[in-house]
Design a protein around this ligand. Structure first.
Ligand code: THU
Length: 133
């Protein structure tokens, strides 16, 4: 088990994943990379659909892969091509909260390398989680 987070490797993976996005409608290509407890990095990209509402964000696609691989989430890196790096959408925040504590760090970069840093708890205070059920 390794709790060291290799952010640079995660951003490299997220940038590569972004190039695989299926974003023909919005043209907003997103790559995400998850840092896992054992040091593994799992990436995902957004996948859009002609029935727009079926779009799945990069972060949630990466999380689905992570669950399949049986890994534990400890950090999230996002790469977008926007003037200001973008935080994850509300749906992705809720899905992250299913698998990680409020203290987890989420970082986002644009292609120029500008970076924004968040915690999951800052992005989604009072998350609805299994503890309430
Ligand atoms: N998108 C993501 O992949 N992640 C986010 O956190 C925000 C939005 C995608 C969804 C859609 O394909 C495109 O970006 C524009 O919203």
């Amino acid at each position: 088990m390794s709790l060291v987070i290799d952010w640079e490797a995660m951003f490299v993976a997220a940038e590569a994943a972004r190039k695989r996005a299926h974003a023909r409608y919005s043209k907003f290509f997103v790559g995400a990379a998850l840092g896992c407890e054992d040091g593994t990095i799992i990436a995902g990209c957004n996948v859009e659909n002609a029935s727009y509402g079926l779009t799945v964000c990069a972060e949630r696609n990466a999380i689905a892969r992570m669950v399949y691989e049986g890994k534990k989430l400890i950090a999230v890196a996002i790469v977008v091509d926007s003037q200001k790096p973008t935080p994850p959408c509300g749906m992705c925040r809720q899905v992250m909260a299913e698998f990680a504590p409020a203290s987890m760090e989420v970082r986002s970069r644009n292609l120029e390398g500008s970076e924004e840093r968040y915690t999951l708890g800052g992005l989604l205070p009072h998350a609805f989680t299994a503890e309430f059920l």
